[in-house]
Design a protein around this ligand. Sequence first.
Ligand SMILES: Cc1cc2nc3c(=O)[nH]c(=O)nc-3n(C[C@H](O)[C@H](O)[C@H](O)COP(=O)(O)OP(=O)(O)OC[C@H]3O[C@@H](n4cnc5c(N)ncnc54)[C@H](O)[C@@H]3O)c2cc1C
Length: 566
Amino acid sequence: MGEKDIYRHDVIVIGGGLAGLRAAVEACDCGADTAVVSKVYPLRSHSVAAQGGINAALGNSPAAKDDTWEKHAFDTIKGSVYLADQDAVEVLCREAPETVLELEHWGTVFSRNKEGRIAQRPFGGAGVPRTCYAADRTGHNLLNTLFEQANSRGIKFYNEYFVTSLVVDEEICRGCITLDLQSGKVYGFASNSLILATGGYGMIYDHSTNSLINTADGMALACNAGAQLKDMEFVQFHPTTLYGSNILISEGARGEGAYLVNSEGDRFMARFAPQANELAPRDIVARSIMKEIEAGLGFDGGYVHLDLRHLGAEKIKERLPGIRQIAMDFADLDPVEVPIPVQPGQHYSMGGIDVGIDGETGVKGLYAVGECACISVHGANRLGGNSLLDTLVFGKKVGKKACNERNGEHVSAVKDVMSREINRLQGLLNNKGEGFATLMSEMKKTMFDRFGIFRDEDSMNEGLRSLNDLGKRYKQIVVKGSGKVFNQSLVRVLELGYMLDIAEVVAVSAIERKESRGSHFRTDFPDRSDDQYLKHTLIKTDKGQKRSIDFSPVKLGLFPVKGDGY
Ligand SMILES: Cc1cc2nc3c(=O)[nH]c(=O)nc-3n(C[C@H](O)[C@H](O)[C@H](O)COP(=O)(O)OP(=O)(O)OC[C@H]3O[C@@H](n4cnc5c(N)ncnc54)[C@H](O)[C@@H]3O)c2cc1C
């Protein structure tokens, strides 16, 4: 291990999804020598899978002529069940129009309306059509645009470098340690500031829409480095995932007018959300589907129908080509002719690394942005189309802030942690015990069964005991194959370690919140309690050992707290 095994940059961004690339572009434009480290080739980040669109009050639709950022903010805050911090929501919604236009000017080809302006479709929980889209492949278009922008600036990419640890010395983040997957060699990175943009944790759950790489890495790394996690009990279940495979069927389908229908042919959402119907927020629609299924009004196996047929072949082919293809490839049916079988599935993490408005964590020099962070703009339930926006608005802000950080790098601290990591990884290769597959499937099942759409104390306590037990068994986990080159088994084992850490945090946070709000629905406490729980849950792990729980007030100010009927 020598000097050449340590790379130095002013700003290191971990993650090549939308949040990471937007942050990197901004840091570079501010004059910082910037590098992106990603465990997959950036265009394979989960952002590429985003379908339905990105929200901005452009007012391009005839039904939304007088749309404003304030209306967007109101919908977001109401959708969050008043748990979002209103100062952050203001930034998100105010900066939305210029953010979308910037991406358009950089080359994103958005779908157009008849006047030639960016087209906007209705989305759940939104008062007017506000979601800009590129057919149903919005993430793909945005990510390719930003990747081009990053490359044109000469930003350095370390692709297929897996971050195994952060370096924190004198309570300042000094860089990170990585495993180069191609060679199996460990490299250190020394930096002035480091931005985590590592995405969500969908893989801790069975039935998730997420990519296999969404394994909570950044949240666990931050937690172990002394940063705190916020509102981790809030896990979004998307109402419409393809029955069986749980591939997402975008909310864009309901935005274009698709119906949800039970086994008796009834459009049941009218009973649960008489005004918004299929376009109520996701938490409400997901619970309604489950209630229909539990009442015996679903189809055998546990699903309902998403019916697009009345939209007509032309509209489906033009606006929803991706989901039509998914239905044909993975369910062997054409939604032009047959309804799509759908069931709710885990989709998004509202909680994450606790950060301020510029992405700063409690650890100096360490920042976080995108789905791994909680700023918080989504509160107890995220509105569709607000996550892509979150990655871009706050990606830009964090890039600017991190660029101006002047902590000076400490190569010696990086070297120390690097030698510890080399020993730890070797230790993992020498373990004798269980393989990761059993532990992983037990974790996923526990999370889905015990910390899913409906929760209660006894079941969650049982779930937490199982997770604790899995944590103990993990200590003796076996890595199959001791080869260094692309040792995927080693990567899966490291990811499982991150996931078990974060699954426990979700569990502890969910048990702590004894009310129902947004995505967190407790059958033993079915009511929302603003008196006791209009506050954020904070979890901190001291030196990776002792966990403590705290709370912080929600920042109000724009809109008064009200009911949440739709
Ligand atoms: C199927 C699907 C459809 C969606 N559709 C929409 C939509 O239409 N509109 C909307 O607003 N939102 C949508 N979302 C949500 C939104 O796409 C995501 O929240 C957002 O793209 C996350 O971006 P990100 O940059 O934070 O993370 P990601 O895009 O997930 O990127 C994470 C990055 O971190 C890197 N990384 C992680 N761990 C490590 C490690 N240990 N070492 C090195 N690198 C690491 C990965 O390589 C990757 O590059 C959708 C989500 C899904 C799953």
